[in-house]
Design a protein around this ligand. Structure first.
Ligand SMILES: Nc1ncnc2c1ncn2[C@@H]1O[C@H](COP(=O)(O)OP(=O)(O)OP(=O)(O)O)[C@@H](O)[C@H]1O
Length: 277
């Protein structure tokens, strides 16, 4: 089956500096693929290139089989960017914000019955149906994030791209997000998401792709099934540090005199060690 997203040797520059240095990534229909990696490793840039926001300078990036620069069928995509706001300060209710997610489908025609039903379903999926008439200004950060996800879901996209959907979201909201993604997979959607930790999404993920310095450093298939003998993913090495010296569960040896470190070999500070997992 043709991949939904396919990157082959993709390079991209920002501010005149290379940020993606030859990324290979394939996301097939119905898969959930997570991009992981240290700050600045290129995760958001890879996602933004995929949704056509960052130009590709080399290699090949295809969306639903079409080169991204020729791809026009953006209604097939629902995108939740990193750290964005729902309204940019303009007063709006949750229902109004989520209705905007139907724009790509209905254009400027008034909302029809099917549109309203899709908006209600999306609000219900993220657990905010009872707040539909409230102003988004009255929401917490985590609830705000759920509204943005509902806006993407309202378009009933075949592909959902989420950049750090768990950022600033408490455990209860993370569980709601996991249920929401499960519902999307049940209806046949494909998901690409940027994460710092797999958290409650771990069991849903088909492939974890770890980026470092704009390249794929490691790929872990079905991280939820990973047993002994596989080096831990970033947040595991950060959140559950093994004894300072001696053998690690995945077979790594920590050199004497060194504490826990991230995949790039940098010392991991106490804040990272308190991550959720
Ligand atoms: N608009 C920009 N202009 C110049 N450089 C940029 C721009 N946006 C990002 N970069 C640089 O590109 C690199 C990759 O950034 P990117 O946001 O893709 O990383 P990331 O892996 O998503 O990081 P984080 O985990 O912090 O969100 C970083 O070195 C960053 O400073």
């Amino acid at each position: 089956m043709e991949p939904v997203i396919s990157l082959t040797g993709v390079t991209a520059e920002l501010g005149g500096r290379p940020v993606l240095r030859g990324v290979d990534l394939t996301v097939r229909p119905g898969e959930v693929v997570a991009l992981l990696g240290a700050n600045g490793s290129g995760k958001s840039t890879a996602v933004r290139a995929t949704v056509g926001q960052v130009p590709v300078s080399g290699g090949e990036l295809r969306m639903f089989g079409t080169a991204v620069h020729r791809f026009r069928d953006w209604r097939r995509l629902g995108y939740v960017p990193q750290r964005s706001t729902a309204t940019g300060g303009v007063p709006a209710t949750l229902r109004e914000v989520v209705s905007a997610g139907r724009l790509a489908r209905r254009g400027l025609r008034p909302l029809g019955r099917a549109d309203r039903a899709a908006v209600d379903r999306a609000l219900d999926l993220v657990g905010l149906a009872d707040r539909a008439g409230d102003s988004v200004d009255a929401l917490s950060g985590g609830q705000h994030q759920r509204v943005l996800i509902a806006r993407a879901l309202a378009g009933e996209p075949e592909l959902l791209v989420l950049d750090e959907p768990l950022a600033g979201v408490d455990l209860a909201s993370q569980a709601i997000l996991a249920d929401t993604l499960r519902a999307q997979l049940d209806r046949g959607a494909t998901v690409l998401l940027v994460l710092h930790e797999l958290g409650p999404l771990r069991q849903l993920i088909d492939r974890a792709v770890v980026l470092a310095h704009g390249r794929v450093e490691r790929v872990v298939e079905r991280p939820g099934d990973v047993g002994d003998g596989v080096a831990p993913l970033p947040e595991e090495s950060a959140c559950h540090p093994p004894p300072a010296n001696g053998p690690r569960p995945g077979g790594w040896e920590v050199p004497p005199g060194r504490g826990p470190h991230d995949p790039l070999g940098r010392a991991v500070g106490p804040t990272l060690q308190t991550g959720i997992l």
